[in-house]
Design a protein around this ligand. Sequence first.
Ligand code: F6R
Length: 264
Amino acid sequence: MDVIICPDESRVGALSAATVAQVAATVGPRVVIGVATGSSPLATYAALAARVDAGKLDLSQASAFALDEYVGLPVDHPESYHDTIRRTVTEPLGIDPSRVYVPDGDPEGLPTAGQRYEAAIEAAGGVDIQILGIGTNGHIGFNEPTSSLSSRTRMTTLTARTRQDNARFFCDNIDEVPQHAVTQGLGTILDARAVVLVAMGEGKAAAVAAAVEGPLTAMCPGSVLQMHPRVTFVVDEAAASLLTMADYYREAHQSRPAWARLDA
Ligand code: F6R
C-alpha cells in the first residue's frame, strides 16, 4: 500500500482528491465512486468540489455508493447518511441524485437491505474508487472489530466506542446515536478497484498504524486493506505519528517517478 503523509488537512484533501480524479480520468464520465461520511473525507469532498467548480472534473454522469447508513433514522434526519451524503457529496460535486445510493436503514427492509445494496453495486459495474475513513477502533465502514474479513453488506451492531465517537454529531448524547447500521462488508470494500483512506489527528494514530503495519486481523478491520492491490492512505502528521516506517513512506512518495505523481 502507498502511504502519503501530509502537513495539514487541506493537503490531505488535495492529495486524496487527486487520487480520485486520477481514477475518474482513467475510467471516464461514468466513474463509480464509493463515499464515506464522517469528518475525515470532508476536505477530500471540498477539494473535489473545487475541481468541479473550476471545470477540471465533471461528475454529472458519475454514480456514488455510500458505505453505510444508521438503522432507524428517517432519511431526512440531518444525521442520516442519506441526508449527509446529499449535503456533502451529491450537491457540491454535482452528481445526479438518481445515481446516488445509500443503504436502506429502514427497520422494515432490513432482512433484504444488504442483498439489495450488493445488487445495486453490481448493476453499476462495481466501485472504481472507494473513499474511506477509519474509526479509532480500526473499523472501516461500520465493520467493527471481529467483523468477518470477507463480510458483505449487512446489519451490524455499533460498539460503545463508535457510538461515543459519533455522539458529537448527536448533541454529545450517546443515547441518540443509533445502535445498529447497515454497512458494506469488508469483502464488499475489497471488491472496489481502488481505495483511498483518509485519516487525521492523533486519535487515529493507533488505528492507522494497526491497519498499515499491524497483523492482518479481524480485531483491526482496516488491516484487511493489506490484501487489496491498490490502496493509498493519505494521513496528516498526527495520524502518522505511530507508523514505524514513516521515513520510508516519505521517501517512496518523494521519489515517485513522474508518471506516478499525483496532480494536486
Ligand atoms: C463513515 C464510516 C466510518 C467513518 C469512521 C471515521 O461512512 O463508514 O467508518 O469513516 O468512523 O469517522 P470520522 O471521519 O468522522 O472520524
